[in-house]
Design a protein around this ligand. Structure first.
Ligand code: NAD
Length: 259
């Protein structure tokens, strides 16, 4: 018997990267997934890999409430319900804050923060209307705790996503709907294509206490734990999955060494 037998996951930004990996692992553990993404070419491929009985692609623009409703409707019509949500969609629009065009700021806020709000609200309304328990996981980032060069909008969104999740968690706790966040460090995905440069990858591994950059399976383990009943007493939490990076600042101070 699979851990997610009979469960249905909706994942935003599920065409590739961490979202796709979470959908695949959820299906491998017995569940079914609706993969939502603004990119239909890759999204269709990701769903097809899992087979039509287990996964379906639905075009999704998380900035649009009607589109968020449509993916929930698809989950219900295709697989009978929605139990779990992973909010993974993101669009980067980097640049120093002093020069950042409003349009770039708005893009990151709209996809990363408003999109997370709309998807959580839409899935939550469905669960509340049915009196059904559920579990939501938001993708934050270590950039939500540490200012990330030329990514002020992104860092702000990733910090806000944690607080947004905490709010939903407390609002819905008595209804059995849990909401948590995962904050990854540097993970190899299409978003972090710069990690294909061996020098960058090695340098990042070097400043990571666990000695390597992360892979998508490192993050999906944490996401699926939080989605699962193993985390049935966990809500309003955030789980840092960064190989120790954000706790290692003292490693970088010159002077006294212990080893
Ligand atoms: N990769 C990392 O190192 C890393 C680190 C920390 C946090 N994260 C977070 O994890 C999540 C996934 O990151 P990733 O590396 O897999 O990114 P990715 O760029 O590979 O995937 C993001 C997906 O979101 C989709 N998307 C963009 N705009 C959308 C919209 N309006 N509606 C629906 N989908 C949309 C994209 O098409 C893409 O498939 C993001 O929230 C990111 O901030 C990633």
């Amino acid at each position: 018997m699979g851990q997610f037998d009979g469960k249905v996951l909706v994942v935003s930004g599920g065409a590739r990267g961490i979202g796709a990996a979470a959908a695949k692992e959820f299906v491998h553990r017995g569940g079914r997934a609706v993969i939502g993404d603004i990119n239909p070419e890759i999204g269709e491929e990701t769903a097809a890999e899992l087979g039509r009985d287990h996964a379906v692609f639905q075009h999704l623009d998380v900035r649009d409430p009607a589109s968020c409703q449509a993916i929930v409707d698809t989950a219900v019509s295709r697989f009978g319900a929605v139990d779990c949500l992973v909010n993974s969609a993101i669009k980067m629009a980097p640049g120093p804050l002093a020069d950042l065009p409003l349009e770039n700021w708005q893009t990151v806020i709209d996809v990363g923060l408003t999109g997370t709000f709309l998807m959580t609200q839409t899935v939550g309304r469905r669960l509340l209307s049915e009196g059904r328990p559920g579990s939501v996981v938001n993708l934050s980032s270590m950039a939500g705790f540490q200012p990330y060069g030329a990514s002020g909008a992104y860092s702000t969104v990733k910090s806000a996503v944690i607080m947004l999740g905490e709010h939903f968690a407390i609002e819905w706790a008595r209804k059995g709907i849990r909401v948590n966040s995962v904050a990854p460090g540097h993970i190899e995905t299409p978003l972090t294509a710069y990690l294909k440069d061996p020098e960058i990858k090695q340098a990042r591994a070097g400043v990571t206490p666990l000695g390597r950059v992360g892979q998508t399976h490192d993050v999906t383990g944490a996401i699926l734990f939080l989605l699962s009943d193993e985390a049935s007493y966990v809500t309003g939490a955030h789980l840092v999955v960064d190989g120790g990076v954000t706790k290692s600042i003292f490693n970088h101070f010159p002077g006294r060494k212990w080893d």
